[in-house]
Ligand binder design. Structure first.
Ligand code: AMP
Length: 179
């Protein structure tokens, strides 16, 4: 049975554009720019992600470079809490810790400022899409290294066939739209 039983998932599915063979052959890229361009749909997406994470009473939203910034920062603003950017290597100006990870189409390093999360602070991760889970797993590792209390992972889109969520058996993982 489909997990996409609500009206928002149907609208998102209609708007999201499949781009075959981007950024490399064999990948079907889920282009979310039509969602961003539709004020009502973008707002509904932020409503849904905010509802997922609000129950955990976090004090920070962690967003992952780069589309995770768009959704994560909007959720943080909606909840009136802080935002922590996790960035690709060499982008953050101060002292960082980093984690190397594999994603659906390559390898990268994710970094965060050493003082971005206080020990014991309640944090949530927001990103646009869960594929193999490599990116989110690096974020989870960085949060743990900083001593953060990771409450939940929230995604707009999840590619169920890649089973990325198996990497987080102990963390609640929720996505608005499943493929
Ligand atoms: P992964 O680490 O494999 O879970 O990949 C997740 C990250 O890569 C997310 O931040 C996405 O923005 C991006 N990504 C991976 N696969 C896709 C895809 N098929 N379409 C769009 N973005 C993707």
């Amino acid at each position: 049975m489909s997990k996409n039983n609500d009206a928002l998932a149907a609208k998102l599915c209609e708007a999201i554009r499949d781009v075959p063979d981007f950024p490399k052959p064999g990948i079907i890229f889920k282009d979310i720019t039509p969602v961003l361009a539709d004020g009502e749909l973008f707002k509904l997406s932020i409503d849904a992600l905010s509802a997922i994470v609000a129950a955990h009473n976090p004090t920070k939203v962690v967003g992952i470079d780069a589309r995770g910034f768009i959704f994560g920062a909007a959720v943080a603003d909606r909840l009136g809490i802080g935002f922590v950017p996790m960035r690709k290597s060499g982008k953050l100006p101060w002292k960082t810790i980093g984690e190397t990870y594999a994603l659906e189409y390559g390898e990268a390093v994710l970094e965060v400022h050493q003082d971005a999360i206080a020990p014991g602070e309640r944090v949530v991760v927001v990103d646009d899409l869960l594929a193999t889970g490599g990116t989110a797993n690096a974020a989870v590792s960085l949060i743990k290294q900083l001593g953060g209390d990771l409450r939940t992972l929230a995604f707009l889109i999840e590619l169920d066939f890649l089973d990325g969520r198996k990497l987080f058996p102990d963390v609640e993982t929720t996505s608005v739209l499943h493929y």
